[in-house]
Design a protein around this ligand. Structure first.
Ligand code: ATP
Ligand code: MG
Length: 281
């Protein structure tokens, strides 16, 4: 028996802004595979995490130039896929919860209608049934008073609610792969645990593959299976989440050392000392 190829294969992904004559590379040869697991992407602000996620969905601004040796998703060559092919994939099979939900939601359409559209994409249903499903999805992401929230517009909900609305839209379509960009950063601790529990359930029960972009090393250490550590557009280390404390790259070690710990309180937390060699080719 041959082993099945991983759901997602990324080889030598590069993204550059600027002009062809003066390119500004922001993702510089990223390679990884993703199966039915929780894979974290960590790294400091500007290291290219969101750009990698958006490149997979081909949702980068027009001036961005993407190249790769391989970008394969469940038998589909994403490099060859045109906008029409991507539209058929987005949401249904390949989904992303954006870091800035407020900008990703349509400002002139009620929350309920937006989730309703996602519900309808799965197969047409009557209005009443659609409304019912929308409210059930909002309740599933722990939004109280789902009927009231469904009638609201994006500017009327908080950041944390916006994130949960995005998650509800994703749940309506049951993708195979979910890229979650800081999905819990605007949530308070109790809601955060519930949303993480929901994502966990999707991975365990529906075999969802999860690419989990986060700044929060403590969270990733407990929640994810594996971790990709990015620095200046490159993956500098890939390791099991459980091994984060034994990381070998000095950048990852520096990040871990600068986390506060209740068990070992320190008066001064160390500041990460960067080395130019980390971003060298
Ligand atoms: N539209 C754009 N035009 C030019 N440069 C861009 C554009 N979008 C992003 N960049 C640059 O790409 C780099 C990577 O950005 P990206 O948003 O992927 O970082 P990130 O790791 O997600 O950061 P954060 O943790 O702050 O979300 C940054 O240096 C950023 O300035
Ligand atoms: Mg980002």
């Amino acid at each position: 028996m041959t082993t099945a190829a991983p759901l997602l294969q990324v080889q030598g992904l590069q993204v550059a802004y600027g002009t062809p004559a003066a390119p500004v590379p922001v993702v510089r040869g990223v390679s990884f595979t993703l199966g039915r697991e929780k894979l974290a992407v960590v790294g400091e602000s500007g290291s290219g995490k969101t750009t990698v996620g958006r490149a997979l969905l081909k949702l980068l601004p027009q001036q961005a130039r993407i190249s790769a040796e391989r970008l394969q998703f469940d038998g589909v060559d994403l490099l060859q896929a045109g906008e029409r092919d991507m539209q058929a994939l987005r949401g249904r099979r390949l989904s992303m919860i954006m870091q800035d939900p407020k900008y990703s939601l349509n400002p002139v359409m009620s929350i309920g209608r937006q989730i309703g559209e996602a519900v309808q994409r799965d197969g047409k249903v009557q209005r009443a049934e659609c409304d019912e499903r929308v409210e059930a999805l909002l309740a599933r992401v722990r939004i109280r008073e789902p009927k009231r929230v469904a009638a609201q517009y994006p500017h009327e909900v908080s950041g944390g609610m916006g994130q949960r609305v995005m998650i509800a839209m994703m749940l309506a379509q049951r993708p195979q792969l979910l890229i979650a960009d800081e999905p819990t950063s605007a949530l308070d601790v109790s809601v955060r645990q519930e949303v993480l529990g929901l994502l966990d359930e999707l991975v365990a029960e529906q075999g969802l593959a999860l690419l989990f972009i986060s700044h929060d090393l403590n969270l990733v250490k407990h929640f994810c299976d594996r971790v990709l550590v990015m620095y200046a557009g490159r993956i500098v280390e890939t390791l099991a989440a459980a091994d984060l404390r034994q990381a070998s790259h000095p950048y990852t070690r520096g990040l871990m050392a600068s986390l506060p710990s209740l068990r070992h309180p320190r008066a001064v937390l160390p500041v990460l000392q960067r080395d130019a060699a980390w971003s060298a080719a």
